[in-house]
Ligand binder design. Sequence first.
Ligand code: F6P
Length: 341
Amino acid sequence: MRIGVLTSGGDAPGLNAVIRGAVLNGERQYGLDFIGIRDGWRGLVDADFQQLERSDVKGIGKMGGTILGSSRTNPFEGNGGIDRINQVMSDAKMDALLVIGGEGTLAAANRLAEAGIKIVGVPKTVDNDLSATDYTFGFDTAVNIATDAMDRLRTTGDSHHRCMVAEVMGRHVGWIALHSGMAAGAHAILIPERKTSLDEIVGWVQSAASRGRAPLVVVAEGFLLNTMDDAHSERGLDAFGRPRLGGIGEQLAPLIEQATGIETRATTLGHIQRGGTPSAFDRVLATRFGMNAARIISEEGWGQMVALRGTDIVTTPFEAALGQLKQVPMDRWDEAALLFG
Ligand code: F6P
């Protein structure tokens, strides 16, 4: 069987380890051939391919980014659509697809699978917001990068007796904020799942400052004050028409400064959280995802994807990844909040 591989949506550290795991295991154990599709669905619709053999994946498990490139292209828009994709696959003698992506990508994969295209998926998101899997690769790396940044913000905050606001990724969910904030000993963690008032935030900041600490406030990009209806966005829309988030930390800093009289500075970590070398945890998870995706292909388990349950890699239908987002449960935030202030 000849398998087209694509990575789609926002990148995540570990994508290359998935590709390597699939190609090595697929070739060796199951006699599969692979062909790389450039820049996600865009490359499939445009028939833009690259060689993807064992020699092409050597040493890439530790590399960030994706050797195939990625995009947020919708395969049903423009020249795309099921007929076009069937034609491209048939011309390229491609029997099936291995699609590595987040919720939007898996939704598109599900639609194509329902139309009879042979597809297997691997879930991906640094936000860790897919309910079908306990963890996605990239999340651990993002949390480690954010924690390191916060440790650094705390030392400079201490020197200047400032309040430091650290903004992390997390469009709909606050997993990166919760984990990195707890790891760094933040005095407040603000997540999209829990609207919070400025008074509450100010209370935590003042409490920390009263003990001589330089307050650290961690905020997820999708956080809303209780006075807001939508997450803060000032950078227009992405290719899927979703608001580009980022900047809530800069909005909060002057409000905190005004209310407390403590000089307050904001830092937005942004794409630094998605770049660079994946952690060992993410390399292992991504490699196992790739290896098991090759196994599912060999079993012709179309319309399914790999997922992590506990420490086991399991197989689950695409729909399981799509319905509900995996939000931070309120008892997890309440637990963290016991240490705020
Ligand atoms: O979905 C992962 C994510 O990093 C979100 O946290 C963030 O809102 C979004 O992607 C940013 O996407 P882009 O890189 O396209 O701006």
